[in-house]
Design a binder for this molecule. Structure first.
Ligand code: SF4
Length: 183
């Protein structure tokens, strides 16, 4: 099985979820959010096809990573491929975060997407909305997006947010100068 990725794995990220993470940048996104940070990942024919086994091998050889983050692009458009990687990460004791432009409720309605969801620990859902953009958010770009505890949400049958990551950061403005710089 092959997966279409925008790039090779990016390890040691501290901004794509809790802890030290390896990001899997999937290629292909149907949402086209205005001002998306990664427009080069939208094209379904862009990026490059990689053997899943090759990516698994890379993940296995990583050092000091808490988990993988499926990002992109939208991982939900390659659900079975991402499911393979999510299962493999779990088998190595790593946790799995996933970013999607779909809403949690929509993911549940699609059998293949739901199968990936069931192998994800934390889902950050929803499109990036420029009117809701803020730099004072944890692990999300706009206020409409939700950091969701997937296991609890599936268990309770409703979205359970991870409250500590739904808060607004309180420190950034303390250091920000009038010209917008921090130093
Ligand atoms: S869902 Fe994410 S990758 Fe897709 S257009 Fe929106 S911000 Fe960009």
């Amino acid at each position: 099985m092959k997966i279409r990725l925008a790039s090779t794995l990016q390890s040691d990220s501290i901004v794509d979820g809790e802890g030290i993470r390896t990001v899997v940048w999937t290629q292909g996104c149907p949402h086209h959010c205005p001002f998306c940070h990664n427009p080069q990942t939208h094209d379904f024919n862009g990026g490059k096809l990689f053997e899943i086994e090759e990516i698994k091998e890379e993940i296995k050889n990583l050092k000091g990573q808490d988990g993988i983050t499926l990002s992109g692009g939208d991982p939900m458009v390659q659900p079975l491929e991402c499911l393979e990687l999510a299962k493999y990460a779990h088998s190595l004791g790593m946790n799995v975060w996933c970013y999607t432009g779909y809403l949690f409720e929509d993911v549940l309605k699609n059998e293949k997407m739901k199968s990936l969801l069931e192998e994800v620990d934390v889902l950050v859902d929803g499109k990036f909305l420029i009117d809701e953009f803020s730099m004072d958010l944890y692990y999300r770009g706009s206020r409409n997006q939700r950091v969701i505890d997937v296991k609890k949400s599936l268990e309770y049958g409703e979205v359970v947010l991870i409250e500590k990551y739904m808060k607004t950061k309180i420190f950034s403005n303390l250091y920000k100068k009038e010209d917008g710089m921090f130093i």
